[in-house]
Design a protein around this ligand. Structure first.
Ligand code: GLA
Length: 393
């Protein structure tokens, strides 16, 4: 059987040819996207998240260079080669898309990893800006590529933290730890309940005989660097500052109870009160949903997804009319347990848990209704949970 990576390998050859004298052997790295089943905007509040790695992925064909140069091409940006050197201080630069790669190389060097040069071609089956963590996949995939060529093994959690730092410093978005962790350390067939304070993980089996995960893209672009994400973080910090005055042991919204939130109504601004109510209720829903899915109580877990969506829409205000419509329509289909927006919000995708026999009717229903209302054809992905990023060839 032909390798699924034969095409990208061929494109790599077209762009980079035989390479300079002393070039190494060609490797292929796969880095999956992710979908979060529940636990949204909880990671930077030290809470719980429940994501899984998905089949759509970033593919990187790479080969070492002896001269320390990193030369990058992408099938999304024809005729552009981005270039920098691992032997010089790495800063942000042009083209903009290569800043994720620059950031990861800079963080690996800062962590003391002796990197070598690389020729690399990036290709995607993951939509960019669709809220399925294409940026984390690019970061973690780049990390795996550079580590593979340097002959260094790194623990996935450590790589995730370095990639998160790269995103903060080179892309300017203060993201939490969910995306990089699931992309780096996902387990095939399982969703991951991640404690974002201790980074402890619990894997929950998703039985494909009973359950399907369907992702539907609203096709409305999502831009986290738009400032809204950072603003949500500041609002949560304002909440924490208030609660800390009552109890200095409170370090994050993770440490606040629902009773404390309710008692703060009228003392906090209405906006900050609602942000806190979302986060505290969402953390509780997340651990509960993971328990319910472990026990195969799909209906109840689905109800929590629906509650999560309402909370993100009304209290956290990160949904869009398109996502609200898709989530609402999805639950009208027989055999659908639950649906909600997934990821940072402001566009992107919904995620749905349903019975296997509901997949086709669900996709058909959403395509029809969404098309009628918004004149846009939504893209659907039916996916199993996959393993985290790794060298596959
Ligand atoms: C983005 C961030 C994550 C997380 C989600 C919201 O995907 O990268 O860290 O905060 O938004 O849950």
């Amino acid at each position: 059987m032909q390798s699924p990576y034969a095409d990208v390998r061929e494109q790599f050859q077209k762009v980079f040819g035989a390479g300079p004298a002393g070039a190494g052997k060609v490797h292929v790295i796969r880095a999956p996207g992710r979908v979060n089943l529940i636990g949204e905007h909880t990671d930077y509040n030290d809470g719980f998240v429940f994501p899984m790695a998905i089949e759509p992925e970033v593919r990187i064909v790479c080969r070492s260079r002896p001269d320390g140069l990193v030369r990058l091409a992408s099938t999304a940006f024809h005729d552009q080669i981005a270039e920098f050197s691992v032997q010089q201080k790495i800063a942000r630069g042009q083209p903009k898309w290569a800043n994720y790669m620059r950031g990861v190389a800079a963080e690996l060097i800062a962590a003391g990893i002796p990197l070598v040069g690389m020729d690399a071609l990036y290709s995607n089956t993951l939509p960019v800006g669709g809220g399925l963590s294409s940026s984390a996949a690019i970061e973690v995939g780049t990390g795996q590529a550079l580590l593979t060529l340097a002959g260094v093994d790194m623990d996935g959690d450590r790589l995730a933290l370095l990639c998160q730092k790269a995103e903060h410093e080179f892309a300017g978005v203060p993201v939490g730890i969910m995306d990089q962790t699931i992309v780096a350390t996902g387990k095939a067939g399982h969703a991951m309940l991640l404690d974002c304070r201790s980074l402890a993980k619990q894997f929950v089996l998703l039985d494909p005989a009973e359950l399907r995960v369907v992702i539907v893209n609203s096709m409305v672009k999502h831009e986290l660097s738009g400032g809204e994400y950072a603003q949500r973080r500041r609002e949560c910090e304002e909440g924490v500052a208030h609660f800390r005055k009552q109890d200095p042991d409170i370090r994050a919204l993770r440490d606040v109870s629902m009773a404390q939130v309710q008692a703060a109504q009228g003392k906090l601004s209405d906006v900050v009160f609602r942000r806190c109510r979302h986060v505290v209720s969402e953390i509780a829903r997340t651990t509960k949903a993971a328990d319910l899915l472990t026990q195969r109580h799909y209906e109840e877990a689905g109800e929590l997804m629906v509650e999560s969506h309402a909370s993100l829409r009304d209290d956290y205000e990160v949904s869009t009319v398109e996502l609200d419509f898709l989530a609402e329509q999805a639950t009208k289909v027989k055999g659908v347990y639950g649906a909600r927006m997934t990821g940072g919000g402001f566009g992107g995708c919904i995620v749905t848990l349903c019975q296997p026999r509901s997949v086709e009717p669900l996709i058909e229903h959403l395509g029809k209704k969404y098309g009628e209302k918004f004149k846009i054809e939504p893209a659907a992905y039916v996916t199993t949970a996959t393993a985290g990023a790794a060298a596959v060839e």
